[in-house]
Design a protein around this ligand. Structure first.
Ligand code: NDP
Length: 511
């Protein structure tokens, strides 16, 4: 790729914001940045804020997948990796954390350019989450322990039986990630894999592979053993499928849409690969009549409009208790109408673009379907102005549970508002979708908050806040929102498997 050709419309002017340093764009395979086997297969990557081409990326092939998986497998089986001290695996992650910290501004700019996420958000949230994630899992590497099991053998004899368990790394992990938190998601697959003794092949979303490719360069600089981490770019239906089906892959750690997750689960059944799936959601933000509305109204608006609604846990259904319905609607619609849309690089921007023209069309079509089914757009309901893929913050009213906008994930800045009457109504509405990822409850009444939280079928319930994640808190979805958990102790369990070692000891008068 040539720097001068980058970030221009086919025959348009140079981009309005300065380019960050771009990675070389080469996959990381077996400890080297390598040309793919078919270097001619290139795909444009676009700046969603302007619609301009940033650069071109390699679309790797199934043969590249095989090279990467073989390298990960060789590393996993190698004496160097098998005998590396857990503290030293942790040190690799710490070194990478230091390098990411050193290049924080460059990576934050690259992420903003590639994904349309606001630069002040990539700086403060995405990069911090990335660095924290590396350090968090670096600490875990030396905290993996098995258990002692009291054994009750069935055959009495002059011997005793003892058993212990080890947590063994599952093997080669395929990490497949979406475009909404590119670098953060990449680290959520790479860091636990390394901490828990696995090796990994990462396939980031093709739309947003730039920060993952730059991470690959930093991983080389940090001195990871060849093959421990491999990063390949390309089309999910082609190389993602090949990764999922590769016989040497032992676990798939996937974040993305529910449909792709279902396909992966079905394929993995053939070989019993371990699978964790972090999928979509249709999460309710529930505002009770006694809530502190000065916090609840901006909180509910941020729950859906942050990252242009492209967050799996976005509060995309707003359930409002009847006495405060009008006041909350007025407040949330007022925020929606006044949010400033614009480039990720403009400090005045409050909401950036959607990821792509295709995704914006999808969001627009889903809103149109809702309007055709009888919903009304009280705010927004159409694309925004400008060259980027903007869509106006949208509040839909007059919705019912049967409508597609209430049942399907839109993954854009679109919230459906519903009036609810009593506790039974709230619980019924909150759980009335095929998803179960998250929910928030806004109230001053702790009794109601905790008892309602118990009734909501979701992996995470927030009280008086929304979208707060913590690496020590297990994260995963119920129902169609996923399978298994990431973060905390749950990550350790999903990247390792227990092995029981049982022994017969001659008693010889000792017991
Ligand atoms: P997709 O499922 O389309 O893509 C996610 C990843 O899977 C991409 O890397 C994609 O590759 C790859 N992929 C696509 N098809 C296949 C396949 N057949 N086999 C293997 N891999 C494949 O999701 P989106 O990119 O549309 O991401 C948005 C979705 O992700 C939303 O539904 C959102 O809710 C969900 N999500 C869930 C999160 C959670 O933690 N629960 C967090 C973030 C997002 P490529 O795109 O490069 O072709």
């Amino acid at each position: 790729m040539t720097q001068s050709a980058q970030n221009r419309a086919p025959d348009g002017p140079a981009a309005p914001h300065p380019l960050p340093r771009l990675p070389r764009g080469l996959p990381l395979i077996d400890g080297q940045l390598v040309e793919p086997l078919r270097p001619d297969r290139m795909v444009d990557t676009i700046d969603p804020s302007t619609g301009r081409v940033i650069t071109q990326l390699h679309a790797c092939t199934i043969d590249d997948v095989d090279r990467a998986v073989q390298a990960a497998h060789r590393c996993f089986e190698s004496r160097e990796w098998r005998t590396m001290r857990p503290l030293d695996r942790g040190r690799l992650l710490e070194r990478l954390a230091l390098l990411v910290e050193e290049h924080r501004e460059e990576l934050a700019r690259l992420e903003a350019l590639d994904s349309g996420k606001l630069l002040n958000v990539t700086r403060a949230i995405d990069l911090q989450f990335t660095i924290d994630g590396l350090r968090y899992y670096a600490g875990w590497a030396s905290k993996i322990a098995g258990e002692y099991v009291s054994h009750s053998p069935l055959v009495p004899e002059d011997a005793v039986y003892r058993a212990y368990t080890q947590r063994r790394p599952v093997g080669v992990v395929a990490g497949i990630t979406p475009w909404n938190f590119p670098i953060g998601q990449a680290i959520q697959k790479i860091a636990p894999a390394i901490a828990f003794g696995c090796t990994v092949v990462l396939k980031p979303a093709l739309e947003t592979s730039l920060t993952a490719l730059r991470l690959g360069e930093l991983i080389l600089e940090a001195g990871f053993p060849a093959g421990a981490v491999n990063i390949i770019t390309g089309h999910g239906p082609e190389i993602g499928t090949a990764l999922v089906n590769h016989p040497l892959v032992r676990k798939i750690a996937f974040t993305g849409s529910t449909v792709t997750g279902q396909n992966i689960l079905a394929s993995a059944a053939q070989t019993m690969k371990r699978v964790t799936l972090e999928l979509g959601g249709k999460s309710p933000a529930i505002i009770l009549a006694d809530a502190d509305l000065d916090r609840a109204i901006p909180g509910a608006a941020a729950a859906i409009f942050a990252n242009s609604g492209q967050i799996c846990t976005a509060g995309s259904r707003l359930l409002i208790e009847a006495p405060i319905y009008d006041k909350v609607m007025e407040g949330v619609c007022d925020i929606a109408r006044n949010l400033k849309l614009g480039s990720a690089f403009d400090p005045a921007t409050q909401m950036g673009p959607l990821i792509s023209a295709r995704h914006r069309s999808r969001v627009a079509a889903m809103v149109e379907a809702g309007l055709a089914e009888g919903a009304s757009a009280v705010a927004g309901g159409c694309p925004g102005e400008g060259d980027g893929w903007f869509y106006k913050p949208t509040v839909l009213a007059g919705v019912s549970s049967q409508m597609s906008v209430m049942q399907e994930e839109i993954f854009g800045p679109v919230v459906c508002a519903v009036r609810v009457d009593d506790a039974a109504d709230i619980v019924r509405m909150a759980n009335d979708t095929p998803f179960g990822l998250a929910a928030s409850i806004w109230t001053r009444d702790l009794d109601r908050a905790h008892l309602l939280a118990e009734r909501i079928d979701a992996g995470t319930v927030w009280l008086n806040t929304h979208n707060v994640l913590d690496l020590a808190m297990p994260f995963g979805g119920h129902k169609l929102s996923g399978l298994g958990h990431e973060f905390g102790n749950e990550a350790m369990k999903s990247f390792t498997e227990p092995k029981a070692v049982c022994m017969r000891l001659e008693a010889r008068g000792l017991v």
